[in-house]
Design a protein around this ligand. Structure first.
Ligand SMILES: C[C@@](CO)(OP(=O)(O)O)[C@H](O)COP(=O)(O)OP(=O)(O)OC[C@H]1O[C@@H](n2ccc(N)nc2=O)[C@H](O)[C@@H]1O
Ligand SMILES: Nc1ncnc2c1ncn2[C@@H]1O[C@H](COP(=O)(O)OP(=O)(O)O)[C@@H](O)[C@H]1O
Length: 300
C-alpha cells in the first residue's frame, strides 16, 4: 500500500571536527578536507503526500526564508523524477542557522529521503546524493547516512567509525554568511593534505581529544575577524572545558567534553554555562550519533 505521510522525521546537525582548505577549483570553490560528525541536535519534519502536485511548507517553529532548502530539495526531486505528486512539508526548526551546523542542508536531505518513499521513487543512495550536491556542498553528507571523512567540496565521502563523543556547542547571536568567509583575504588556502590513517590513529590515543589531537579549522581566523562574538564564544568554552573550535564557517563553536561508553548512553549531564550567556546565544550539550537516524532507508 502507498505511504501517505511520514511524521517525526529527524534532520540532525553536524560538527566539523576539523576543516582544512587544501586548494581551490577553477570555478573558485574551495577544496576541503574535514571530518563531519552527526550530533543529536535535530530539526523535526513531517511530510504528507499531495496528489495535486503542489509543494507547500508550514513552519511550526521560527519562520524560514520563503524559498528555503526544504522546498528547493522537493522541487529538484520532483523535476528530476518527473513525479506528478506533491507534498505538505511541516518543519519544527530547532538547529540555529548561519551556524556552520548544516541544519538547512540536513533539512534538505531529510526531505529527499522522505519524498523518495512518499512518491514511491526507489532511487538508490548514489542517485539521491548526486541530486543533493546540486542543492549544496553539505547535502550529500546527510544523505550518506554515516559520519565521514570528507574531501572535494563535500561530495567525496568516506564513511568512518567515531567513538561515542560528547560535545558542548555554543552558538553566539551572530549568523555568519558562508560566502563571506570563503572570500576573506585572511583565509589560508594551502594547508597540506592530511591522511585519513593519521586522523584515525589520533582517535586511538587514550585521553587525546579529537580537538587537541588533530588539525584545526582554517575558516576560524576569517570568522573571528568577521565577528568578535566567535572569539568570545571560543574563550567561554575553553575556560569551561579546556578546548574549543569552530564548526564549518561558524558562528557555532564546540568543545569535546569526553567519550561515552556507547552511543545509546543517557544524555550528557547538565551544565551551568547557560546562565552566563548574552541575549541570543544558545548553548547545548550534545552527543555524537553513530549513524543518521534514517540511514537504513537506503542501501549502503
Ligand atoms: C563550510 C561548510 C563545511 O561543512 O559548511 P557550513 O559552514 O555551511 O555548515 C561547507 O563546505 C559549506 O557548504 P555550503 O553551506 O553548502 O555552501 P554553499 O551554500 O554551497 O556555498 C556558499 C558560498 O561559499 C563559497 N564556497 C562554499 C563551499 C566551498 N567548498 N568553497 C567555497 O568557496 C562559494 O562562494 C559559495 O557560493
Ligand atoms: N531549511 C533551512 N534551514 C536553515 N537555513 C536555511 C534553510 N533553507 C535555507 N536556509 C538558508 O541557508 C543558510 C545556511 O543554512 P544552514 O544549512 O543552516 O547552514 P550553516 O551550516 O552555514 O549554518 C541560512 O543562512 C538560511 O538563510
Amino acid at each position: 500500500m502507498a505511504i501517505l505521510s511520514l511524521t517525526e522525521l529527524p534532520a540532525p546537525a553536524k560538527l566539523n571536527l576539523f576543516l582544512h582548505v587544501v586548494g581551490r577549483r577553477e570555478d573558485g570553490y574551495h577544496l576541503l578536507q574535514s571530518v563531519f560528525a552527526l550530533i543529536d541536535w535535530c530539526d523535526t519534519l513531517h511530510l504528507e503526500r499531495r496528489s495535486d502536485g503542489r509543494l507547500a511548507r508550514h513552519d511550526l517553529g521560527p519562520a524560514l526564508p520563503a524559498d528555503d532548502l526544504c522546498l528547493r530539495a522537493a522541487r529538484a526531486l520532483q523535476q528530476a523524477s518527473g513525479s506528478a505528486l506533491g507534498a505538505d512539508i511541516s518543519i519544527d526548526k530547532r538547529v540555529p542557522w548561519g551556524a556552520g551546523l548544516g541544519g538547512g542542508s540536513s533539512d534538505a536531505a531529510t526531505v529527499l529521503l522522505a519524498l523518495n518513499r512518499l512518491w514511491d521513487l526507489h532511487w538508490p543512495r548514489a542517485r539521491l546524493a548526486a541530486l543533493a550536491l546540486t542543492l549544496g556542498a553539505d547535502v550529500p553528507f546527510f544523505v550518506g547516512g554515516h559520519n565521514a571523512w570528507v574531501e572535494g567540496v563535500g561530495e567525496q565521502l568516506t564513511p568512518i567509525e567515531l567513538p561515542p563523543l560528547r560535545f558542548a556547542v555554543l552558538k553566539p547571536a551572530v549568523a555568519i554568511p558562508t560566502q563571506a568567509i570563503f572570500g576573506s583575504s585572511l583565509l589560508a588556502r594551502d594547508t597540506p593534505r592530511a591522511k585519513l590513517a593519521v586522523f584515525l590513529a589520533s582517535l586511538r590515543i587514550p585521553g587525546n581529544g579529537e580537538l587537541a589531537g588533530f588539525g584545526r579549522n582554517d575558516l576560524q581566523p576569517p570568522a573571528m575577524a568577521h565577528s568578535g562574538e566567535v572569539g568570545q564564544a571560543l574563550e567561554l568554552l575553553k575556560a569551561r572545558y579546556g578546548n574549543s573550535r569552530m564548526s564549518g564557517s561558524g558562528s557555532a563553536v564546540f568543545a569535546e567534553t569526553g567519550v561515552g561508553d556507547s552511543f545509546d548512553q543517557a544524555p550528557p549531564e547538565a551544565s551551568d554555562i547557560g546562565r552566563e550567556l548574552p541575549a541570543g546565544w544558545v548553548f547545548r550539550l550534545c552527543r555524537g550519533l553513530e549513524r543518521h537516524p534514517l540511514a537504513d532507508w537506503l542501501d549502503p
